[in-house]
Design a protein around this ligand. Structure first.
Ligand SMILES: Cc1ncc(COP(=O)(O)O)c(C=O)c1O
Length: 447
């Protein structure tokens, strides 16, 4: 085989997915960029699907790919799970949309309350972006304070107050490592929103403490992902999270865990693996069974501002009947056993690929701790990525992109930036095939 370069991988990709290339082009005639989510971008263009079944998707070209994207972690049960389809059919037959509550909403709320240790009350929305926004409003209403503290590299949806310092441009002045500047990720975000965000550094105990103490009288909440993906895959250390819990309690700051993705880590959420109880939790992605649904949950004390009406949040489609019915069906499938199966598949991928890579002293590595993971090429082997900046300073973007393109070329569909998530219909052979294909790609790159 000739040398594998980004150019050859892109060339093979556009040939293999030629219809998608054309559809992306015609899409641009009516939609800026060609489609409504720029996260669909996969190198030169998106890959359009015809449909999905179990662990696989079929593209418009007729290629069957193992779906490692799973709508950015949503599809833990893969596609067309019979329980979810059954619940959807049943729910649709009794009406789609009402200006009245349905008991299904209470049922899903009860499932979440029973499972997630910190959640005593729940309020639904249509997406995690909305629910992150709701969580911040509740925290502001509860504390009477305005500022939001978040971590550089953390993603909490696309809204103005929160799409700040997710992917700050390293070419710009992003401030010192221990005290990053607040940088909007998009034009159109008002300066007030930027100024209301205080940016922290992941796993930096001293820097975080100094900043929170200095601004405690203004900070309503700290919002974080225990394991973040958007700005580089970073897992927070347990003692760091424990110290943050103590500090925020002492300073009267609402601690919010954004478990939109990490809920797939365990039956009780990733917070139970850390043994740390936040004041509020944001949920999304899988809880809607593939339909749009977000939720906030929290202690009765904090959520009481919604009960009294001091904080008002209400949306036409919040807690949508069809979405909650799919969510119930999905959550009922997610037992202790099915979480264990997902995690054991993840452990196999992590250990087999990292041991293999380490043995050949390759800078390729798999990051993460659960069924949502990321591969990345770093500049040197064995690098620990403890902060967003560790990632941006060390990632070999070109080689990581070649891995993604080649996976698609060879029958696997990850997220373009390198993360991938597992689903329950995947078999041991599927996982084994994926591991072997990644090894072949790495060997081709390092040839
Ligand atoms: C941790 C986290 N929070 C919030 C969101 C926003 O979710 P949504 O796109 O469903 O609004 C995402 C989406 O990727 C996420 O990963």
């Amino acid at each position: 085989m000739s040398e594998l370069t980004l150019e050859t991988s892109i060339e093979n990709f556009t040939k293999r997915f030629a219809t998608s290339a054309e559809l992306s082009r015609t899409g641009r005639e009516v939609i800026p960029g060609g489609y409504s989510r720029n996260s669909f971008n996969f190198g030169p263009h998106a890959v359009y699907v015809e449909g999905g079944d179990g662990a696989y998707i079929t593209t418009v070209e007729g290629h069957r790919l193992l779906d490692l994207n799973n709508n950015f972690t949503v599809n833990v049960l893969g596609h067309n799970h019979p329980s979810v389809l059954g619940a959807l059919r049943k729910s649709i037959e009794t009406g789609i949309s009402f200006g009245n509550p349905v008991t299904l909403e209470t049922e899903l709320a009860r499932i979440l309350v029973d499972r997630i240790p910190s959640v005593e009350k729940v309020q639904f929305s249509c997406s995690a972006s909305e629910s992150c926004l709701s969580a911040v409003r509740v925290a502001r209403g509860y504390t009477g304070k305005t500022k939001i503290a978040k971590f550089e590299g953390g993603y909490h949806g696309f809204t103005d107050p929160l799409q700040i310092s997710v992917h700050p441009d390293p070419e710009q002045d992003c401030g010192p490592d221990a005290a990053p500047r607040s940088m909007p990720d998009s034009a159109g975000i008002p300066g007030e929103d930027r100024d209301n965000v205080i940016v922290l550094t992941q796993n930096d105990r001293e820097g975080t403490e100094a900043i929170l103490r200095a601004h405690a009288h203004q900070i309503a909440c700290v919002i974080l992902e225990l394991e973040s993906a958007s700005g580089g895959f970073v897992t927070l250390d347990r003692d760091f999270v424990e110290s943050l819990r103590e500090l925020t309690t002492e300073l009267g700051i609402v601690l919010i865990f954004d478990e939109t993705v990490t809920l797939r880590a365990s039956y009780h959420g990733m917070q139970s693996d850390y043994g740390v109880t936040p004041d509020m939790t944001v949920m999304g992605k899988m809880i809607g069974g593939g339909l749009p649904l977000g939720a906030i949950g929290g202690s009765s004390e904090v959520m009481d501002v919604l009960e009294t009406g001091a904080v008002s949040i209400s949306g036409t489609h919040h807690g949508h009947k069809i979405a909650v019915s799919a969510g119930i069906a999905l959550m009922e499938e997610m037992t202790e056993e099915t979480f264990a199966r997902l995690n054991s598949m993840a452990e196999r991928v992590i250990s087999e690929l990292n041991d293999w890579s380490e043995a050949r002293n390759s800078p390729f590595a798999v990051y993460g701790s659960m069924s949502h993971l990321a591969y990345g090429y770093m500049l040197e082997p064995g690098l620990k990525v403890g902060t967003h900046r560790d990632y941006w300073r060390n990632v070999d973007g070109t080689r990581t992109q070649i891995c993604s393109l080649e996976l698609a070329n060879r029958g696997y569909f990850p997220v373009a930036r390198g993360d991938f998530s597992l689903s329950l219909p995947m078999t041991d052979d599927d996982i084994g095939g994926y591991i072997e294909t990644v090894k072949e790609i790495v060997m081709d790159i390092e040839r």
